[in-house]
Design a binder for this molecule. Structure first.
Ligand SMILES: Nc1ncnc2c1ncn2[C@@H]1O[C@H](COP(=O)(O)OP(=O)(O)OP(=O)(O)O)[C@@H](O)[C@H]1O
Ligand SMILES: [Mg+2]
Length: 506
């Protein structure tokens, strides 16, 4: 039987970077193929070649259902049944859901008016068919990232002609429940005539969803394995070229009982209720919980990003007033926010510049900024985090998604804050680099800092946090020592807390 899709000998060169060299890939009809590889391995680039966005170097071939095709561009690719959901959201915040859905499409020229009834009707019908809870007239600016992701998916599926769908890390901003409903949609899309290529850094998702897994490393094709018969550790070894420990636990302990940060009865208007905890010198303190539990809101209140209505914050035993983000910085609180694309990076500036961004004063003597110092520090982090780039003087925009994340992390690591809050620090980062980041966070803790980690990935919390606070509905339901914590008892606390708050009696 001919394959639905075959890529043969695809290469792609960017200035200074050979992103792909001689890559082969095939997709069978009716199959979900996982595509994985480290940050910068070339996954997104390969998929952009397949969907007509990038033109490959001469010599490569694309075969669809046994026929060789010469892609003229994205529209041509779409006409041939190739659709992609990109790693970055492509949504115009000021337009409505329905407008974003149909923007730029033939027949939609009149559709820029908010009240276009037909657009709204079509969108509503589509959401109903896909079983998606989206409102066509909502303005996109007001929606959560998860909902915007749903909208992207709806857009790709709204082309009836779509035969091959590519999803480039669609689950990165999603929670477990949202991921489950995405998987249901994906499985629904698959028929004997269609196929799906699914990119993710969450290894368990590959196991759950895919039929086969193809691996890229450094722009080269490593191989393809059958999902059912291949242990994930083997896939990781193919990706990273070495063993990465699974289910690991912290390797460091707090340096003393001294509380660097002490929070008492913190409340905000809506999301945080009477939260108290302390983080010791050299401790990594974790927050776990279901999404909406209030973890990010605690971080935002502590860093001064949001106001709090009551509660006291002590740093090194001294009561501090945090009324604004500037107060947070002044008091040595660094917050790596969960929404990094928006707040984290200047895409048209270099890696070096972005790395120094939060800590300019450290690189300045008598109002002269030392470019040399900045470059040295940026280089150090590029090495430590294994950021794939030709130099620290390239614009961040040209980096792969995961490598951009590494720059944001470097930015916060470079800033010498006493208290560091990391909200979903390894989202979009490959398994090998995650491990490096864990080690770096432990090193920072051992320098005497207090570190807070918020993560929806339980293995990550268990790997890092000396103690774990489990939140539900804005409250800390319980705090576990790492030694007694398991995925099961964390989840139990989180869900029981949720049910109690909802008034469900077990
Ligand atoms: N427009 C561009 N200009 C220059 N270099 C680019 C461009 N797009 C990608 N690259 C480079 O090509 C390489 C592959 O990037 P790509 O985005 O395909 O990686 P990826 O496997 O998708 O990684 P991630 O998991 O981080 O998303 C990287 O080294 C990246 O810096
Ligand atoms: Mg990518």
């Amino acid at each position: 039987m001919t394959n639905l899709l075959e890529l043969k000998g695809i290469s792609k060169t960017f200035p200074g970077v050979k992103a792909l060299s001689d890559v082969d890939l095939d997709l069978r009809a009716g199959e979900i193929l996982g595509l994985c590889g480290e940050n910068g391995a070339g996954k997104s680039t390969l998929m952009k070649v397949l969907t007509g966005i990038h033109k490959a170097d001469p010599g490569g071939e694309i075969w669809l259902q046994g026929k060789k095709v010469d892609l003229k561009g994205p529209n041509h690719a779409r006409d041939l049944g190739l659709s992609i959901i990109h790693q970055e959201l492509n949504i115009i915040p000021d337009l409505t859901v329905a407008q974003n859905l149909y923007i730029g499409r033939a027949g939609s020229h009149k559709g820029t008016c908010i009240n276009d009834r037909k657009l709204v009707r079509n969108a509503a019908a589509l959401f109903e068919r896909l079983n998606m809870d989206l409102n066509p007239t909502d303005v996109c600016r007001d929606l959560t990232v998860a909902r915007l992701q749903m909208l992207e998916i709806a857009r790709a599926l709204s082309y009836d002609s779509t035969k091959i769908l590519v999803m480039d890390e669609p689950t990165a901003p999603l929670t477990t429940t949202e991921t489950e409903s995405l998987f249901a949609l994906v499985r629904n899309f698959i028929t004997p005539e269609t196929g799906l290529i699914f990119i993710t850094h969450r290894m368990p998702e590959l196991k759950e969803l895919t039929d086969r897994i193809s691996v890229l490393r450094d722009g080269q094709y490593v191989g393809t394995v059958e999902t059912e018969t291949t242990p994930l550790s083997e896939v990781i070894r193919l990706m990273v070229g070495r063993e990465v420990p699974a289910d690991a636990r912290p390797t460091t302990k707090p340096l003393s009982d001294e509380a660097v940060l002490k929070v008492e009865h913190l409340s905000t208007k809506k999301a945080v209720h009477d939260v108290s905890f302390e983080v010791k010198k050299g401790e990594i303190f974790g927050f776990a919980g279901l999404v909406g539990a209030g973890r990010t809101e605690v971080a935002r209140a502590l860093s001064g990003a949001d106001p709090h209505t009551s509660g006291d914050v002590y740093i090194h035993g001294k009561k501090v007033r945090i009324r604004s983000a500037a107060d947070g910085v002044k008091n040595g609180i660094g917050y790596l926010s969960e929404d990094r694309k928006q707040y984290g990076l200047l895409l048209d500036k270099t890696i070096a510049f972005n790395t120094a961004l939060a800590a300019m004063e450290q690189f300045t003597t008598a109002s002269v900024i030392s470019a040399k110092k900045i470059e040295a520090v940026a280089k150090d982090y590029v090495g430590k985090l294994r950021t794939r780039t030709p130099s620290v003087n390239v614009d961040v925009r040209s980096l792969s998604g995961g490598n951009q994340q590494k720059v944001v992390i470097a930015k916060w690591l470079a800033k010498d804050s006493d208290i560091l809050i990391f909200d979903e620090p390894t989202r979009g980062i490959d398994v090998g680099a995650k491990d490096e980041i864990y080690t770096l966070l432990e090193e920072l803790a051992q320098q005497g800092k207090a570190i807070i980690v918020i993560s929806s990935e339980l293995p990550e919390v268990l790997r890092l946090a000396n103690r774990i606070a489990v939140m539900a509905h804005g409250r800390i339901i319980g705090t576990l020592d790492n030694e007694e914590a398991t995925q099961e008892n964390i989840m139990e606390l989180a869900t029981v807390g949720q049910e109690q708050a909802n008034g469900v009696v077990a």
